[in-house]
Design a protein around this ligand. Structure first.
Ligand SMILES: [Zn+2]
Length: 78
């Protein structure tokens, strides 16, 4: 939910040294594997249906990651 993270980030930064900080989000496409037949299914939301057998028992294998990849900090000289 990148929008929710952006929203919280802005609120959390207000009134702190992070005010004005920018947040860059790289979205990873969702991918799930069918528990019934093993077919890989592309997901745009955290639920879905198997293309091959129609099962809704999917195991999400990619797209739920939340990693902080990098942080850039500019030192403020007093
Ligand atoms: Zn299936």
């Amino acid at each position: 939910m990148p929008d929710a993270i952006r929203f919280c980030f802005d609120i959390c930064c207000q009134g702190t040294v992070l005010e004005g900080a920018s947040l860059e989000i790289i979205e990873v496409p969702g991918l799930a594997s069918c528990c019934q037949c093993g077919t890989k299914v592309n997901l745009e939301q955290p639920f879905g249906m198997c293309d091959r057998c129609g099962s809704v028992e999917l195991k999400i294998i990619q797209g739920e990651e939340l990693k902080i990849k990098s942080m850039e900090i500019e030192e403020l000289c007093a």
